[in-house]
Each structure stands twice: as C-alpha cells, then as structure tokens.
Design a protein around this ligand. Sequence first.
Ligand SMILES: CC(C)(COP(=O)(O)OP(=O)(O)OC[C@H]1O[C@@H](n2cnc3c(N)ncnc32)[C@H](O)[C@@H]1OP(=O)(O)O)[C@@H](O)C(=O)NCCC(=O)NCCS
Length: 179
Amino acid sequence: MTSSRYEIDDEIYITNLLTNEDIPSFVKYLNNPTIYTNTLKIPYPYSTNDGEDFIKFLKSESLNSTRFFTIRLQANNELIGACGLHRSVKNERRTEIGYWLGEPYWHRGLMPKVIKKVIEIGKNEWKNLVRIEAQIFHWNKASMRVVEKCGFTFEGILRKRVHKNGQDIDVHSYALILE
Ligand SMILES: CC(C)(COP(=O)(O)OP(=O)(O)OC[C@H]1O[C@@H](n2cnc3c(N)ncnc32)[C@H](O)[C@@H]1OP(=O)(O)O)[C@@H](O)C(=O)NCCC(=O)NCCS
C-alpha cells in the first residue's frame, strides 16, 4: 500500500503508514491505565506481541471497512497516537470513529485537529458516508469535549451497552451527520 501523509500543524501530521518499527511507540504510550480504562479493545499491559497482533489484524482488514491513521511528530516521525474509522459492510453509510493520544500530548487541542482531518479524508474516500458515530464511556468527559469541538451532537445514553472488566458500562453516543 502506498503511504499518504496529511499535515495537521507545526507539531504533528497523520499518515496511513504503520510498520513493526512503530511497535515500541505503541508499547511506550499504550502502557497507560487511563487509555486502557477509556477504550474497549486496547490491552493492558500492552506488549510487543499485542502490537504485532494489531498490525496483522489491520493488514487483514479491507480499506473499504477500516481506515487507520497514525499521529506522528514532525520533529522525528515518532508515533504518538492514532485515529481510525471502522464501518460495517452491512451499512457503508455509517462509520464509528476511535482515537487515542499518548498522555504527554494531552490538553493541547491536538486530537480535535486530527479528527477533523480524518473526517475530511473519510468523506473524500467513502463517498456514500453520511454518519460518523463516537461511543464514549460515561466518565470520559475529555473525549466528549473533543467530539463536541468537532461538531458531533450528543444523541443519548446507551445504558449498559458495553461489558468490560465485570462492569456493564453506560455509553454516551455522539454522531456527526455529513451534509
Ligand atoms: C480523549 C483524548 C483523545 C483527548 O485528546 P486531547 O488532544 O488531549 O484533547 P483536547 O486537548 O482537545 O482536550 C480535551 C478537552 O476536554 C477537556 N477536559 C479534559 N478533562 C476533562 C474533564 N475531566 N472534564 C471535563 N472536560 C475535560 C479539556 O478541557 C479540553 O476541552 P477545552 O479545549 O474546551 O478546554 C486523550 O485524552 C486520550 O487519548 N485519552 C485516552 C484515550 C481515550 O479516551 N480515547 C477516546 C475513547 S472514546
């Protein structure tokens, strides 16, 4: 696959490039209990093996269903986060968005800029897309704020939608409708 690079600002860019050389960055940033607590599928502790499995999984996914972008520093190309879209083959008009950023880079307004760019790419490449959903655990106020800053609308609380670590978790459902 050819790699594409999209500029975000003076500090970061995003790209669809992801190789095994990025696994140390996954291990460095995803060994974080807050990221684990706020997401559904990221393991904790996060091992090199988890990184290898994830890269294999992504390679097995079709570009028609999954787009995954790594967030990298302009200064040295280090991977510091990720943002992806996943849509069901049964309804290509709808996609879910997921994202994480390494903790040293939080609270600087980076993720809203990344999400806006990923949505622009998704819109261009998946012409029939009309709805982007974000499903956020009820305690994750920072993530809610991020999607609000990107124009998403709160649609309601999906009670006990997710089961994780023996807990049934209420999820706040947000969506952006593409006009
Ligand atoms: C959520 C996450 C992506 C935010 O990225 P970021 O680049 O730090 O986002 P921002 O810099 O725009 O800051 C987040 C906003 O939330 C606000 N915020 C942070 N903690 C908050 C809290 N406890 N309560 C209310 N608002 C909060 C910040 O003030 C900011 O809003 P503002 O710009 O209006 O002041 C990042 O914290 C992260 O990766 N978290 C762990 C993984 C995760 O939660 N992923 C999403 C799963 S749905």
